[in-house]
Each structure stands twice: as structure tokens, then as C-alpha cells.
Design a protein around this ligand. Sequence first.
Ligand SMILES: Cc1cc2nc3c(=O)[nH]c(=O)nc-3n(C[C@H](O)[C@H](O)[C@H](O)COP(=O)(O)OP(=O)(O)OC[C@H]3O[C@@H](n4cnc5c(N)ncnc54)[C@H](O)[C@@H]3O)c2cc1C
Length: 407
Amino acid sequence: MDNIKKFDAVIIGGGAAGLMCAIAAKKKNKSISVAIIEKNDRVGKKLLSTGNGRCNLTNKNISSLKYTGSFKNQSKYIFSKYDTNRLLEIFKNLGLLTFSDDSGRYYPVCKQASAVLDVLRFASERLGAEIFCKENIRSIRKNENGFVIKTDEHEFISKKLVIANGSKAAPKLGGSGSAADYLKNFGHKFTPFSPALCPVKVKSDILKSLKGMRVTGNASLIDKNGNKIKSESGEIQFTDTALSGICIFNLSLYTKKDFMISLDLLPDISKNELLLIINSNKSLFSNLEIENLFTGIFHKRIGQAILKMSGIKDFSRRCSSLSEKEINEISHTVKNMEFTVIENCGFDHAQCALGGVCGTEINEKTMESKLVKGLYICGEAIDICGECGGYNLHFAFSSGHLAGENL
Ligand SMILES: Cc1cc2nc3c(=O)[nH]c(=O)nc-3n(C[C@H](O)[C@H](O)[C@H](O)COP(=O)(O)OP(=O)(O)OC[C@H]3O[C@@H](n4cnc5c(N)ncnc54)[C@H](O)[C@@H]3O)c2cc1C
């Protein structure tokens, strides 16, 4: 029958991990027959949106310390086998030239994510991997010969099966939670996906007035016992309900309800220096209304928010009227502008997801399931998530390549 397709290996998901898996499998063994099953009308849709359309594909500082999740420890093996240079070499052999910016992030020299997708697509076609798009999977089961994957159009029979269909992050670009269903059916433990690398919704009366504002500073995540979990520096953006920006995205890997995000708006200035500066501004602008206190330092709206958060309600007061106690309180707010976490914004806003298949159930030397022979798992379907900066694509490409070499 025409709709029955037989392969040595079927890969579910034509994203970063799936495409790299197909390429590695065909490079290692030309005679292996490989199919990619993709639900979108084309492969690699998410890749095109990465790095603001420029695709930050890896980083100079690859290390398991940049990741969280139950596969974190095992990822050490993968990163020792696939360090930055190895991944760049793999891409160079596919025709992609790259450069790194001052923070160690690698991009294609043409600064276009489409270049990364194109070299992957052309290689998989050139090497003879078959790509089936717009496939809606109805069932996957295992029998004594391998796996049977039924879609609306076809029945795929395959000796090996690779789950490379990512996480629920960014559903408009292909994100789905189906990896969970497939793997749970095979007896794997699965931590539910939750959005990460995204803005964080916070409780605050002043947030609406800060909508659209940006500051450069330090952001620290503090747990309910007052312990600092993580600090990041960079640009912080305010929306009407959330804090955003890369440093907030990185904190979102560790947020929990009622944790605190504390911003230091002038990290290079000590509290004592700040007291001197505010006292000096008090005299410089003594006859002006209090909202002018931060002239020359912050945008007026940021200054107003600092004053409100420091308990100053009457904005018709003059700067000269500020007491020593109030100046102390104001300096404290500048160094510790606190917001209570509600939750991470949803999957639509997330670059990645926490959760996925339990890491300890995967053999990191091959990416094969420890529970089901012939079943391989790679990419974001696994319970591991890295910081912003190319870490997630590095993991997807490396784990995909490793799975492919072991098919
Ligand atoms: C806006 C945005 C920007 C990002 N920027 C960066 C960046 O610059 N650097 C970085 O390192 N990371 C970045 N990421 C994260 C990175 O894109 C992912 O970590 C990475 O793509 C994961 O690779 P993957 O192959 O596991 O999953 P994906 O790339 O998501 O691929 C999974 C594929 O499986 C398909 N699929 C899903 N379900 C099914 C199904 N049931 N049947 C068939 N096919 C299915 C999907 O359509 C998709 O094509 C970004 C993410 C987003 C959303």
C-alpha cells in the first residue's frame, strides 16, 4: 500500500534537534533510511525566529552550569563531546560561517537565522533524509520489529524512533506538548512543561506607570527566606504587568510564586555614594518639585516610581523638604526596587520550557531511552533548559547529533 512507509529510523519533529539528528545519522551511515515527520507545513519554523531572526546558535561558555533540569548532570558528557568548537566545526562542514559577539554568542556571519535552517535543510536533502510535513500523528506503538507511527496520511514502520518534537514553548512556531503523551505511553516519567526564558508577571502598584520604560541594572531573584537565588545584570524592561529583558528571562528559570525580584538601578554606585548624590541633588534642585530629584539620573517616570515606592505621596513638595530618613529610604529603593513574583508569562511569550522527560531515564552516551530499546530522545523534549545566549540551541543540536550518530 502506498501510504505505508518503511524506514530504519523515523524522527518526530523537524526542528533544530530533529534536522541535526537526521544529518548525523546519514553522515555516519549512508545506507540507513531516515524520515522526519513534521506537523508544520515546513521544517525549522522556530529556528527562523531565534536570536531575533539572527539565530544565536551557540556560545563560547558552554557548560552544564548554564542549565537547569534533571538532565543537567548528564549533559556534562554531551558538552565534553560537543563543545563550542565541535559544534561550530559541524556547522562549518555544512557550509555555515559564524562570528561571536562581545558576550561570546555565536551567530551566522550573515546574521540571518534562515542561513542556519538552509544549511540544515540542504544537508538533510542532499544526504537523502526524507521529510514529511503537515503530518498529524494519531498513534505511536511498539511491536517486536520496532515502531508503528500512524498519521492522518501515512503509516510509518520503523526500526528506531527519535522523539525530537520539542516543548510547549512558542506554540505558534510549532511548540507542542505531544512529546509528553508519546513518552508517557512508553512508561517514561515526565515533568509537565512550564514556560521559561520569558517575562515574569509581578505584583506592583507602580508597574502601569512604568510601562515601556527600560533601565540598565542588576536583577536578583530572592526566595521566601530572603536568600539570593541568582543575580543577572543588563537591560530591564517594564510592561504593564511584568518585568522583561534578557536578565529577567534568565531569572525566570528559577522563579516561584511569592519570590521577590529586586532591582539595583545603579549597581556601580554604592549606597553611601548614592546618599551623597541624592543630598547634592536635594540642594541643586531645592526649589523644584520633588519629582525632579532624579534629574540627570533617571527618566522622570522612573524617578516618580522610586519616590512612590519610598512612601512619598505628596509630589507638590519641594526637593528641599526631604528629610534624612526619606533620603535614606529613597536610596534604599534605588538599590532594592522590589517586585513580588506572581508567575512566569505564558508559553506564547516563552523561548523555552522547564520540564520534559526525566533525564535519568536517558542514556547520555547515546540519547537512547533506558526503558525502551530503539527509542531515542533529544532536544527540548528532555527536562533541561539553559540560559539565554545560544545554550538551548547548542543542546538541541548536540543531543540531536549524538542521537543520530547512535541510530
Ligand atoms: C522566539 C524564540 C527565540 C529563541 N532564540 C534562541 C536563541 O537565539 N538561541 C538559543 O539557543 N535558543 C533560542 N530559542 C530556543 C530554541 O529555539 C529551542 O530551544 C530549540 O529550537 C529546541 O529545539 P528542538 O529541536 O528540541 O525543538 P523545536 O526547534 O521546537 O523543534 C520541534 C519540532 O517538532 C515539531 N513538532 C511538535 N510536535 C509535533 C508532532 N506531534 N508531530 C510532528 N512534529 C511535531 C515542531 O513543529 C517543531 O518543528 C528561542 C526560542 C524562541 C521561541
